[in-house]
Design a protein around this ligand. Structure first.
Ligand code: UT7
Length: 325
């Protein structure tokens, strides 16, 4: 069995509003609010990195769990915006946190589904070998995408979330996780430059391709709604429960319209679907752990609640977890 022992999160205190974006690119508060529900997002300060945000989130999760860095046996860190190409950000976090010489892994490239996939991996590993695993979802997207591309820049924000998982009883049991991939959609949401197909070179720098996130927003929208609602329904069924038993769904926070559509498909009232996208924008693989941290901290979740986490991202990858508090 696998439990969550503590929750943590971190968001930079630098707030960027829709009007701040409207002063930089051809957009408006009205457009961003109507199409996405986003009002503000946090942008990392210059001295912040993927590693520093991860460490801040991890420290709050460890404190919440009543554990020290040396108690951790493994780190899995989900991100599409790593600190370096190599080594992985998880190794930097292991050293900075002061953990023992434990194994660490980055789970990269899964876009916004990365954290829930990492929970899936952690649960399986804990079941095989009892150990305490720090699972982090983190994104410093503002430094990786084009600030001048209004179609993507206004959607994202920076942040990190973390949980400590372990084999003994804890705050919540991860009952089951399902995840899936359909790589036929890989080109619909992609950041190609910097990989082996399009290595960084002078022409990518001149064309600006090095930070151009290519996205067919409408296709992503439709698939995100379908996959997150289907995965949520399936995971709840697999643990022998029904959607009417679910106290709260914490979906990936990309767009309020996607979140509303998932809630509607599942037949849930608004108060049973968690939303904070208006405050933080889309923080990629950080949205779900950060939202879970907020929801526990603000007593949106009570003991006995069945909670569903679900996420969707580049790949396409998707995942859903049933978590019993
Ligand atoms: O986390 C996973 C990753 N991403 C997502 O989940 C995103 C999923 N998709 C979405 O959230 C939505 O598709 C968007 C918010 C990205 C776009 O909303 P939409 O209703 O699908 O709009 P659209 O792409 O059809 O664009 C409508 C118009 C276009 O103008 P024309 O061609 O109709 O004249 C765009 O050029 O809006 C224009 N537009 C903007 N206008 C003002 C695009 N971006 C902006 C902008 N400000 N920032």
């Amino acid at each position: 069995m696998a439990y969550i022992l503590g929750f943590g999160g971190y968001a930079p205190d630098n707030v960027m509003t829709n009007n701040d974006w409207a002063a930089l690119v051809d957009t408006s508060d009205e457009w961003i609010t109507q199409r996405t529900g986003i009002k503000r997002r946090r942008i990392a300060h210059e001295d912040e990195t993927t590693m520093t945000m991860s460490v801040a989130a991890a420290e709050t999760a460890l404190e919440d769990a009543g554990l020290a860095p040396e108690d951790i046996d493994e780190i899995i860190l989900a991100t599409d915006t790593p600190e370096l190409m190599t080594p992985d950000t998880a190794a930097l976090v292991q050293h900075q946190l002061g953990c023992r010489n434990i194994p660490t892994y980055d789970l990269g490239g899964s876009g916004c589904a990365g954290f829930v996939q990492a929970v899936d991996v952690a649960k399986t590993r804990i079941t095989v070998t009892p150990k305490k695993i720090l699972v982090i979802g983190v994104e410093l997207i503002s430094r990786m995408i084009s600030a001048t591309d209004r179609a993507t820049s206004v959607l994202f924000g920076d942040g990190a979330g973390a949980v400590v998982m372990g084999p003994e009883s804890g705050r919540a049991e991860v009952l089951d996780v399902i995840s899936g991939t359909d790589g036929s959609h890989a080109e619909i949401l992609t950041l190609a430059a910097g990989g082996t197909r399009n290595p960084f070179n002078e022409s990518s720098l001149v064309s600006g391709d090095y930070n151009r996130l290519v996205m067919d927003g409408r296709k992503v929208f439709t698939e995100a709604v379908r996959r997150m609602s289907e995965a949520s329904t399936e995971v709840v069924k697999r643990v022998g429960r029904s959607i009417s038993d679910v106290a709260l769904v914490i979906p990936h926070q990309a767009n309020k319209r996607i979140i509303d559509a998932v809630g509607k498909k599942l037949g849930l009232s608004e108060d049973r679907v968690f939303v904070n996208v208006h405050e933080y924008g889309n923080t990629g693989s950080a949205t779900v752990p950060f939202a879970m941290w907020e929801a526990t901290r603000d007593q949106r979740i009570k003991d006995g609640d069945l909670v569903v986490l679900t996420a969707f991202g580049a790949g396409f990858h998707w995942a859903a977890a049933a978590v019993q508090f």
